[in-house]
Structure formats: structure tokens, C-alpha cells
Design a protein around this ligand. Structure first.
Ligand code: S3P
Length: 443
């Protein structure tokens, strides 16, 4: 029996209240991995209880690390040290998580044993040569299915440090190389075509590994140790972004999103929305675990279309589906270019968002590396998220500001990154019903 879950998002608003979003997904993956390889007991707070990060936790437990979860969002991890992981006889299942698979590929390339990484149907279609090739240049041996998962990673191979110019601007690729670099002889240096999120670099420093880095580059030497640390993870900007766009486009809204991570490599959407006319203030800023955090106060404002500056794209890559909806409701034309990476995320996000918005009456012209979106009214209808969490949540925003309800197919994967999304959305004032799928099954 299918477990497809559909949602129906109704026109509603205004949105009000003070809300928190779950912990940052990228930071949660990294905190688990480094705490597992550290010496001593680490405490992690604000951990994302999502399916992606839980899959990574389960894999590390399968490799012999002991975790306890004394409360939701808390993990206490007894690290086994850099060389303390044990082989698993079973494949390691990353679920839907590209971050989990690519970072673990780097980490496992340095172990004394073989491992196999597998994923769900979506992850099994995602390109892995981007990590296989640079890791091979460090001496690693990784077998794949023609560049796709599963990945079989051979252990017991001495890695050597390299200086690498990565072909794609990807924090996952950079992180895989740096994690392999912990096990490599000599210096590993990564240079990126555009700066990407630097959480691996910051977290290595938190766990005591000497590293130097700046926007678009990072350098470390192998042969040190990681020391246990306490980590407080801020709210995920990408999750907050859905609510920020929702409040921006819904008349009368005034919504505060508390304790959101504001690392500058993540906040490109803020700049894009402000350039479109959005009214978003940052309040109560502080530092939390080496990361800037703050509250976002978002009030409705009429948006107008813009050309999204190319320099912002890498800093808003996960927020582009929500931007499509903002653009569809803005006055005039929005042009997004240089975002071809969207085609190899959990779905082809350019195709999925363009198809869905067109079904709701929007004029969206798909381009190989982006889209041209004419703003206007949206009518109701049925759209398919194609099992992509960020597309599903973006279509909820479309329903909020459409003239009639929007039926969204295949929403279960929202639990990978934003558990409790429906409760949070409803608390803000959105009206979303769950629907039995066509065959009558609801998980
Ligand atoms: C992530 C990096 C980004 C992002 C993903 C999480 C990370 O992917 O899209 O959701 O945690 O490093 P790329 O690095 O492949 O662009």
C-alpha cells in the first residue's frame, strides 16, 4: 500500500506570532560526525529531529558510536576518536540526504574498513562523481553505479593531501574533501568557484582541529585529534525562509521567527527579498556556538520582480523554490540565472516549481540554469512536489495566496528537514489540511 501523503493549502492569512523553527540541518549533520570522531563526551542541543539527520545518527551508531537522546533536540555522544569507528556488515542508509551521503563518503574514505552507502530513490539519482573524483585524487577508491549511489568505499588506503579547485560551488563537496583530509598525510586545501557555507570549517575549529579558512577556501593538515565539544545549533534559516516568504506575500502579516542562524553564506534570500521590496528586520542578534543568530521580523510588503544578482545564488540555493512563489506573486518579472544546481537537488527543482506554478496559472519560462517568472494572480489546482520537501513547502505558500485551494501531492518528505511544519504553519495562521492519497493511504 502506498504511503503517499498529500496536503491541501487554503487561502488564508494574515500571519502573526512569534515562532521557532527546528535546528539547522547542515550544522546537525556536522555536529554528529565530528562529535563521533572526537575524544570524550559531546553535548548537542538544538539538533534537528528530521529524517535526514536521524539517518546520519543511525549510521554513526551502526559504526559503533554510542548516542543518547535525553530530550528532543538533544544528543549526548561518546566519541570514539578519529580511528575508533568499526566496520558495519550492513549497508549504511542515508535515506534522502545528499549531505549525509557526500560528507560520509569523505569521512569513510579514511577508515581502515570498507563501507557501502545507500539512499532512497531520490538520492539514488543524485550525482556522486563530484565527491568521488576529488576523493580519488587523494588516493581513495570508491565504486559507484556509473557515478550514482550506492557507493562502495574501500578502506585501508592511505590518503594524501591535495590542493583542489572544485568544479561546482558545493559545501558538500568541500566538506567531503576536508573530512578525508583529516586522515590524509600532509596538507589538504580546497578552493571553490564561489564561496559556500563554511560549517565544516567552523565546526572543525570548535572541535579543536587546526584549520584556516576564508570565503571560498579552506586548508588543514592531517594527523591531529578532535576534542569533544558542546554545540548549540541555531534554527535553520532554510526552514525560516518559507515562513518569511509566506509573511512577505500575505497582506496584514507581522511574523517573528526567533533564533534563526544568520551565517552570511545562508542569507542570500534575505537580500533578494529586500531588493524585491520585502520588509524584514533582524532583531536581537547574538552569537551562538560560533554562529550569528537573530530574530527575523517579517511584515507584509508589496513585492516587485528583479534580476536575482548572480553573487547571491549560492547563498540562497535551498531557498530558490520559495523564491519562485514570491516571484509569482510579485509585480513584474523576476529572472533567476546561474542556478543549474537546482536541477540535481532532491528533485529537479526548476522543473518541479515551474510545472507546479504554471498549473496554478503563473507564467514561468524555464531556462537550463533558472527561470523567468512573471508575477500575477494564482488560481487553485493540483500540483506535484515530486517528493521534494522544499517544493512541497513552497506550494503551501502558493496555496496561502492563491484564489482557491492548492492540492499538493507527495508531501511526506517534509519530515526530512522540517518536522512539525504543519503545526508551525498553522500556528502562524496558515490553513493546511492533510488528504488521503488517491489510493486511500495516509501514513
Ligand atoms: C548543504 C549544502 C548544499 C545544500 C544542502 C545542504 C550542506 O548543497 O543544498 O541542502 O549541508 O553542506 P551543495 O553543497 O551540494 O550545494
Amino acid at each position: 500500500m502506498s504511503t503517499r501523503l498529500d496536503w491541501i493549502s487554503h487561502p488564508a492569512g494574515p500571519l502573526h506570532g512569534e515562532l521557532r523553527v527546528p535546528g539547522d540541518k547542515s550544522i546537525s549533520h556536522r555536529a554528529l560526525m565530528l562529535a563521533s570522531l572526537a575524544e570524550g563526551r559531546s553535548h548537542i542541543e538544538g539538533f534537528l529531529e528530521g529524517e535526514d539527520t536521524r539517518a546520519t545518527a543511525a549510521i554513526l551508531q551502526q559504526l559503533g558510536v554510542r548516542f543518547t537522546a535525553p530530550a528532543a533536540g538533544v544528543r549526548v555522544i561518546d566519541g570514539v576518536g578519529l580511528h575508533g569507528l568499526r566496520a558495519s556488515t550492513q549497508p549504511l542508509d542515508c535515506g534522502n540526504a545528499g549531505t549525509g551521503m557526500r560528507l560520509l563518503a569523505g569521512l569513510l574514505a579514511g577508515q581502515g574498513f570498507d563501507s557501502t552507502l545507500v539512499g532512497d530513490a531520490s538520492l539514488s539519482r543524485r550525482p556522486m562523481r563530484r565527491v568521488i573524483d576529488p576523493l580519488a585524487a587523494m588516493g581513495a577508491r570508491i565504486d559507484s553505479h556509473d557515478g550514482l549511489p550506492p557507493l562502495h568505499i574501500h578502506g585501508g588506503i592511505g590518503l594524501r593531501g591535495v590542493t583542489m579547485d572544485t568544479a561546482v560551488a558545493s559545501a558538500q563537496v568541500k566538506s567531503a574533501i576536508l573530512l578525508a583530509g583529516l586522515y590524509a598525510e600532509g596538507t589538504t586545501e580546497v578552493r571553490e568557484p564561489q564561496p559556500t557555507r563554511d560549517y565544516t570549517e567552523r565546526m572543525l575549529a570548535t572541535f579543536g582541529w587546526p584549520i584556516t579558512f576564508g570565503p571560498g577556501w579552506a586548508r588543514l593538515d592531517g594527523g591531529y585529534r578532535l576534542h569533544a565539544a558542546d554545540v548549540r545549533i541555531p534554527g535553520d534559516f532554510s526552514s525560516a525562509a518559507f515562513l518569511a516568504v509566506a509573511a512577505s506575500v500575505t497582506p496584514g502579516s507581522d511574523l517573528v521567527l526567533c533564533n534563526v542562524g544568520l551565517n552570511p553564506r545562508r542569507t542570500g534570500l534575505l537580500e533578494a527579498l529586500r531588493a524585491m521590496g520585502a520588509d524584514i528586520a533582524i532583531e536581537r542578534t547574538s552569537q551562538q556556538g560560533g554562529e550569528p543568530v537573530g530574530d527575523l521580523r517579517v511584515r507584509h510588503a508589496p513585492l516587485h520582480g528583479i534580476e536575482i544578482p548572480a553573487a547571491l545564488v549560492a547563498d540562497m540555493i535551498d531557498e530558490c523554490p520559495a523564491l519562485f512563489v514570491a516571484a509569482a506573486r510579485a509585480r513584474g518579472r523576476t529572472v533567476l540565472r546561474g542556478a543549474a544546481e537546482l536541477r540535481v537537488k532532491e528533485s529537479d527543482r526548476i522543473a518541479v516549481m515551474a510545472a507546479g506554478l504554471r498549473r496554478l496559472g503563473a507564467a514561468v519560462d524555464e531556462r537550463p540554469d533558472g527561470a523567468v517568472i512573471e508575477g500575477g494572480a494564482l488560481h487553485g489546482g493540483e500540483v506535484d512536489s515530486c517528493g521534494d520537501h522544499r517544493c512541497a513547502m513552497s506550494f503551501v505558500l502558493a496555496g496561502l495566496v492563491a484564489e482557491a485551494p492548492v492540492h499538493i501531492r507527495d508531501c511526506a518528505n517534509v519530515a526530512t528537514s522540517f518536522p512539525g511544519f504543519l503545526d508551525t504553519a498553522r500556528a502562524a495562521g496558515m490553513v493546511v489540511a492533510t488528504s488521503p492519497a488517491a489510493d486511500g493511504a495516509v501514513p
